[in-house]
Write a protein that binds this ligand. Structure first.
Ligand code: WTA
Length: 648
C-alpha cells in the first residue's frame, strides 16, 4: 500500500532548491553523457594546488582494470576543510560539540580554532615520527579531537584508519596489525548514555597483540589510567609545546587519504582504501546537493566517526562546504527519549541525518517525546545505513518533520565514499522506503543474480554500478586481488554492491537489503563469517553458522546455530557464555540475539552449509523450506525446527 503514497516536492522547495527537477535531469544527463566536462566543473569546488587536467580514467574490466580520477591534480584535504575558510569565515563555528549529558558544558570550535588545533596536532604527529603515507590508527570517542586527528593526518599526508570505539581489543589489534600502523590515538575513556567505555584499557590490551610504538591519549573523563613510560603520550601536554603553524603537504589526487575497515561476506574485515581528490569532490558535492546545504546552516549528522557516514558527513563533506557541523557524543535515549529533538532545538539544527534503527527505537516510546519539542528549525531529514521501513519513514515524516521536511533516504556504502542513490529534496517526489534516484555520475543497473544480464524497466535483482564515480574506493589495503575479486568478478565489468534492489514502474530504486553473507544490525555491517569465527574460537564450539533474523528495532538481529564439541553439555549457562564471548571478541554490536544449539547443521553431501534453510528457520518462515533432498542428512532439519525459539 505504502508504495502508492507519493509526497510531491513542496512548492517552496521546487522554487528555491539548489537542484530542482529540471536541474536534476539536465545535470544527471550531462554527468553520464560527458563525465569529463561534468567532473571538471565539479572539481572547481576544490582548492587545488595544481589543477587537474586529466579527469577520468577508469575501466572495470579485469584485464584492463583502473580507477583514476583527477590524476595529475594535487591538493591537501585539510587545507580544503580549514585554510580556505579562514579569510571568509574564520570566526564561524566549524564544530559544535554536544556532550553525552546535557548538563556538561558544550564546546565549539571556530574554523580558526580548528585550524590551529589541527596544525599543532599535525606537528605532534610529525614529532612522533609520522611521515607521509604512514598509517595512524584512531580509536577515539565522539569529541572534537577526533576531527582534529583526522584533519591532522590529512594535513601531513598520513593515512588514518579509524576503528569504531565500540570494538573490542582483539578487533582493534587486528586492524592495527593489518594496516601496519605503529601509532594509536585514543582517550582515557569514552562516555555514552552515562556509561564509561574503557578505551585506554582496550588499547593497552590491543598493544599486547599488535606492535605499537606510540599511544597518544586524550584526557576526556579524567579517569585514572595506567601510563606506559616511553610509549604513552599525554595529548594536551604534548600539543602545548607544538607550533601552531604547519604547511599542508601537497598530495596527489590519487594518494591514499584513509583506510576504513568494513565487513564482507568472507574472512576478516577488509581495509577499504579511499584516495584524496575524487573523495574530496564526491563528499563535498553530495553533502551540498543531498542536504541542499547553504553556508551558515547548522547541520547535524548523528553518525559516529567510526563509520564512513561520520567520515564523509560529520567531518569532510560539511567542513569542505564551510558548514557548522554538530558532533554529538551521546545516544538518542539518554537522559530521555527527547534528547535528539532537544539538541535540534538547542542549536536550531536545519538538516538532521540519522539511521532508521534509532528512529524505530524512538518511535516505540510514543510521540510525546517528540511533540514536546519544537523542531521548527528543521528543513531536511536524512536516513542512512539500512533500509527504512515505510512505518518508520511515515513517523519520521509526520511526527519528527511535521510533514514539512523532505526525507532523503540515502543509499550508499563504505566502498562508495558518499551518497549513490538518494532523493534530492527539491527535485524528487518521495516514496516512503525508496532511495529513489541516482546521484550525478552514478549509473545503477539491476541484473539477474543468476546470469548477470541487465534487466530493464520495472524489475528486481542484484544492484550493480556500471561505471566509476569519483568517491569510489580504490583498493582493499594490502590486497588488491581481493578488491577485484569481491566487487568486479561476480558480474564482470560491473561493480557489484552486494545489495538486492527493485526498480518500480516510475524508475524509483528500492534497496531490499544484502544478498550476500553480510547482515545489517542497527545500521552496522557485520559479516556472518566474523561472528562464526568468534564462536568457533570458544573451546566448547565445534561449528557455527550465523544468519540474520528480522528484528523490530535493529532491522536485523544475529541468529547463531552452534554445534558443540563431543561431551559438552548444552546448558543455559553455556548459551549465555557464548553470547558474552562474542561480545567480548568483537564488540557489543556483534552480540547474538539467538544462540540455538544444533547437533548438526544442514549440509549438502559436499559439505556446504545450506544457509537458505537456516535463514528461513531464523525468519520463522518455515512453511516452505524448499528442496532439502540434497542434504547429507535431511533429519537435522527436523531437529532445528523443533528446537528453534519460534517453536517454543
Ligand atoms: C545498507 C553505510 C537501504 C546497504 C553508509 C549497504 C542501505 C550497506 C541504505 C552499507 C539505505 C546503506 N537503504 N540500505 N538508505 N544505506 N544501506 O558500508 O545494505 O556501513 O550495502 O555504509 O548498508 O553499509 P556501510
Amino acid at each position: 500500500m505504502h508504495e502508492h503514497v507519493t509526497h510531491p516536492v513542496p512548492a517552496e522547495w521546487a522554487a528555491n532548491a539548489k537542484i530542482d527537477a529540471d536541474a536534476y535531469a539536465l545535470k544527471y544527463r550531462a554527468s553520464v553523457d560527458d563525465p569529463d566536462s561534468f567532473w571538471l566543473g565539479e572539481a572547481q569546488r576544490i582548492d587545488w594546488m595544481r589543477a587537474p587536467t586529466k579527469i577520468k580514467d577508469t575501466c572495470f574490466d579485469t584485464d584492463n582494470f583502473r580507477i583514476k580520477w583527477f590524476e595529475d591534480g594535487t591538493l591537501n584535504l585539510a587545507a580544503n576543510c580549514l585554510d580556505r575558510h579562514l579569510a571568509t569565515r574564520g570566526d564561524d563555528v566549524a564544530i559544535l560539540w554536544e556532550p553525552d549529558h546535557p548538563d556538561t558544558p558544550n564546546r565549539q570550535l571556530t574554523y580558526r580554532e580548528l585550524h590551529e588545533a589541527t596544525c599543532r596536532f599535525a606537528n605532534l604527529l610529525k614529532d612522533k615520527g609520522v611521515k607521509r603515507g604512514d598509517r595512524v590508527t584512531i580509536y577515539l570517542p565522539m569529541v572534537p579531537e577526533a576531527a582534529v586527528a583526522m584533519l591532522a593526518c590529512a594535513r601531513i599526508g598520513a593515512v588514518h584508519s579509524i576503528v569504531f570505539a565500540g570494538f573490542s581489543p582483539d578487533a582493534l589489534a587486528q586492524r592495527i596489525t593489518d594496516c601496519e600502523s605503529t601509532i594509536v590515538l585514543t582517550s582515557d575513556e569514552g562516555l555514552r548514555g552515562g556509561k564509561k567505555v574503557p578505551l585506554k584499557a582496550n588499547v593497552d590490551a590491543a598493544c599486547a597483540k599488535a606492535k605499537v610504538d606510540t599511544v597518544i591519549m586524550l584526557r576526556h573523563t579524567g579517569a585514572d589510567v595506567p601510563f606506559v613510560e616511553g610509549r604513552d603520550v599525554d595529548w594536551a601536554e604534548a600539543v602545548a609545546g607544538m607550533s601552531a603553524h604547519c604547511e599542508p603537504e601537497e598530495m596527489n589526487a590519487e594518494d591514499p587519504l584513509f583506510i576504513l575497515y568494513t565487513s564482507g561476506s568472507t574472512g576478516k574485515p577488509k581495509g577499504v582504501l579511499h584516495t584524496t581528490g575524487g573523495y574530496a569532490v564526491w563528499a563535498s558535492m553530495t553533502h551540498e546537493y543531498t542536504f541542499d546545504y547553504r553556508p551558515g546552516q547548522i547541520y547535524w549528522c548523528a553518525a559516529d566517526i567510526g563509520w564512513v557516514t561520520g567520515h564523509s558527513y560529520v567531518v569532510y563533506g560539511p567542513l569542505m562546504n564551510g558548514a557548522t557541523t554538530l558532533m554529538f557524543e551521546g545516544v538518542p535515549n539518554y537522559p530521555d527519549f527527547s534528547r535528539f529533538w532537544q539538541v535540534v532545538d538547542k542549536y536550531e539544527v536545519e538538516q538532521f541525518y540519522a539511521a532508521p534503527t534509532a528512529l524505530r527505537a524512538l518511535m516505540r516510546e510514543g510521540d510525546e517525546w517528540v511533540k514536546k519539542t519544537s523542531r521548527k528549525s528543521l528543513k531536511v531529514l536524512g536516513s542512512v545505513g539500512e533500509p527504512i521501513n515505510p512505518e518508520a519513514w511515515d513517523w519520521y515524516y509526520d511526527v519528527v518533520g511535521d510533514k514539512r521536511c523532505p526525507i532523503v533516504d540515502t543509499w550508499w556504502q563504505t566502498e562508495t565514499g558518499g551518497h549513490m542513490i538518494t532523493p534530492l529534496p527539491g527535485a524528487h517526489a518521495l516514496k516512503p522506503g525508496s532511495a529513489s534516484f541516482p546521484m550525478f555520475g552514478v549509473q545503477p543497473a539491476v541484473v539477474d543474480p543468476a546470469d548477470g544480464h541487465v534487466l530493464e524497466g520495472a524489475t528486481e535483482g542484484a544492484l550493480v554500478i556500471l561505471d566509476s564515480w569519483p568517491g569510489q574506493m580504490r583498493t582493499v589495503y594490502g590486497d588488491h586481488d581481493r578488491f577485484i575479486q569481491t566487487y568486479f568478478s561476480q558480474y564482470p565489468g560491473k561493480y557489484f554492491t552486494g545489495d538486492g534492489c527493485r526498480r518500480d514502474e516510475d524508475g524509483y530504486y528500492w534497496i531490499t537489503g544484502r544478498i550476500d553473507d553480510v547482515i545489517n544490525v542497527s545500521g552496522h555491517r557485520m559479516g556472518t563469517a566474523e561472528v562464526e569465527s568468534a564462536l568457533v574460537d570458544h573451546d566448547a564450539v565445534a561449528e557455527a553458522a550465523v544468519v540474520g533474523m528480522p528484528h523490530d528495532v535493529k532491522g536485523q538481529g544475529i541468529y547463531a546455530y552452534v554445534t558443540t564439541m563431543e561431551g559438552v553439555e548444552n546448558t543455559e549457562e553455556l548459551r549465555k557464555e557464548l553470547i558474552q564471548w562474542v561480545r567480548k571478541e568483537i564488540g557489543p554490536i556483534a552480540t547474538p540475539d539467538v544462540v540455538q544449539f544444533a547437533p548438526g547443521l544442514p549440509k549438502t553431501r559436499s559439505g556446504k552449509i545450506m544457509r537458505r534453510i537456516l535463514r528461513k528457520i531464523a525468519e520463522n518462515d518455515t512453511g516452505n523450506l524448499g528442496d532439502t533432498s540434497t542434504l547429507a542428512d535431511p533429519s537435522v532439519v527436523d531437529d532445528l525446527l523443533a528446537n528453534s525459539p519460534h517453536a517454543k
